[in-house]
Design a protein around this ligand. Structure first.
Ligand SMILES: Nc1ncnc2c1ncn2[C@@H]1O[C@H](COP(=O)(O)OP(=O)(O)O)[C@@H](O)[C@H]1O
Ligand SMILES: O=C(O)C1=C[C@@H](OP(=O)(O)O)[C@@H](O)[C@H](O)C1
Ligand SMILES: [Mg+2]
Length: 170
């Protein structure tokens, strides 16, 4: 993993990828990119608008397109929670990135994201958050090089825990 210059954050919406990602970039001197913002700027729509007008599968397609063509090095990459639905995208990100799963319990996720119907989550309309959590957990575990427990820790503590784990493997 020593030759991989990016840190790629994966995990459920609300697990802290975007906010911890910025702290990580500051602490490590790396650049930062949030792929949700790249999707928004390249489509000219918010994520919620994409889900509302074109459906959740269109959001997954846009996400796959953006992630698979991302060409950065020495960056922290905060992905969207649904990134793991694309094997092609995850393989691409894994080539020059250590993939870090921010593991946060469903109870904490609920507390943090509140009304998830307004958050542009890419899920089947009939799927509950519990069901989504179960489906996603297996995918996050499948793609993770490292798993960091995000429960009961401040964002800075999560950032420090990631850096400590990375220093052990790099
Ligand atoms: N370790 C933490 N403890 C408490 N709240 C957190 C923590 N990490 C993130 N949050 C909060 O949870 C919400 C979602 O965080 P965010 O970084 O946007 O997650 P993601 O990008 O994974 O969806 C934000 O309000 C953020 O401040
Ligand atoms: O998990 C999801 O289905 C999604 C999570 C969002 O990102 P965050 O994980 O940063 O909230 C964003 O990509 C999109 O709204 C879909
Ligand atoms: Mg985010």
């Amino acid at each position: 993993m020593a030759d991989k210059s990016n840190i790629v954050l994966i995990g459920m919406p609300g697990s802290g990828k975007s906010t911890v990602g910025v702290l990580l970039a500051k602490a490590s001197g790396k650049g930062f990119v949030d792929t949700d913002l790249l999707i928004q700027s390249s489509t000219g729509c918010t994520l919620q608008q994409i889900v509302n007008t074109r459906g959740y599968e269109a959001l997954r397609d846009e996400e796959e397109r953006v992630l698979s063509s991302l060409a950065v090095s020495d960056h922290v990459i905060a992905t969207g929670g649904s990134a793991v639905y694309s094997h092609r995208a995850m393989e691409h990100l894994g080539k020059d990135g250590v993939i870090v799963f921010l593991d946060v319990s469903l109870a904490s996720i609920r507390q943090r994201i509140g009304d998830y119907s307004l958050r542009g989550i890419s899920k089947r309309p009939d799927q509950t958050l519990d069901e989504l959590f179960g489906e996603r957990l297996a995918l996050y575990q499948q793609y993770a090089d490292l798993t960091v427990d995000g429960n009961g820790r401040t964002q800075q503590q999560v950032c420090d825990a990631i850096l400590a784990r990375l220093s052990q493997v790099q």
